[in-house]
Design a protein around this ligand. Structure first.
Ligand code: UDP
Length: 237
């Protein structure tokens, strides 16, 4: 089951279903590309054919944020729940530990991905990891790809910010059985930004908490009204 939101097919899946699909792909040694799609990304995809194609050729596209839940419901094909990158990661590490996966953490500022990986490896011992920051030059890319290939990760997490991470992921297929864009998740896993307290999350106000913590985000949140307008228009036509 999928919901068409601004031309992107979003999967109607729960967090647990995503964990199961990812675990199965790794077990079966098949390749899947995962996207957690937030309103900003969907709005951008509605304006850019290439990004739309990248999202529509992904194997799993989750509804990242209440805005996407609302849109799917409003358009008559509801999705069961919000599946954010960080929630998915937190659910995957315990499996990674017991299954002894190799995980490559790519992205964020120097030191952050390694710190995120090390913290998770203490909390969920059993997986192997390597990390690389996300401010590499084009000339360094070949060596980076080679390093990833030598490590042979089961899972690669790409935190370069959207939509760059989705484009990078699409341009570098088969680096790991499962590859997914994770936005700023390493910053949270490393303990550099606090996740919203449970009360905010349950009230579906995580975005408000994030805005308060990182006020420079307000410009980006201006996309939300544009997303809403486009969804309302999609329903009319
Ligand atoms: N980032 C990066 N390389 C870049 C630009 C950004 O690795 O050239 C990282 C940045 O450090 C941050 C993440 O990408 O960790 C983007 O986080 P943000 O919260 O802005 O992304 P979102 O989750 O909203 O897509």
């Amino acid at each position: 089951m999928k919901a068409d939101v601004l031309g992107v097919q979003v999967d109607a899946v729960t967090l647990q279903e995503c964990v199961r699909r990812i675990t199965e792909a790794i077990g079966a040694k098949t390749y899947i590309r995962v996207v957690t799609a937030n309103p900003e990304m969907l709005e951008a995809a509605s304006r850019a054919q290439k990004l739309r194609t990248i999202l529509n050729t992904a194997d799993l596209v989750t509804a990242d944020g209440v805005g996407v839940l609302w849109a799917a419901r409003h358009l008559g094909s509801p999705v069961p729940e919000r599946v954010t990158g960080i929630d998915l990661l937190e659910a995957l590490f315990p499996v990674a530990a017991t299954e002894h996966w190799r995980i490559f953490f790519l992205g964020s500022k120097p030191g952050v991905a390694g710190q995120a990986a090390a913290r998770m490896a203490v909390k969920f011992p059993g997986f192997a990891w390597e990390a690389q920051h996300g401010y590499f030059q084009a000339a360094e890319e070949e060596a980076l790809v080679e390093r990833i290939r030598v490590f042979r990760p089961h899972l690669i997490l790409i935190g370069l910010g959207a939509p760059r991470q989705e484009i990078w992921n699409w341009e570098h297929p088969h680096l790991a059985y499962v590859s997914m864009g994770v936005g700023g998740s390493f910053d949270a896993l490393a303990g550099l930004v606090q996740r919203a307290p449970k009360v905010f999350r349950e009230a579906r106000l995580e975005w408000l908490y994030r805005l308060w913590q990182e006020p420079w985000r307000w410009r980006r949140q201006l996309t939300l009204p544009r997303f809403v307008l486009k969804v309302l228009r999609q329903k009319r036509f």
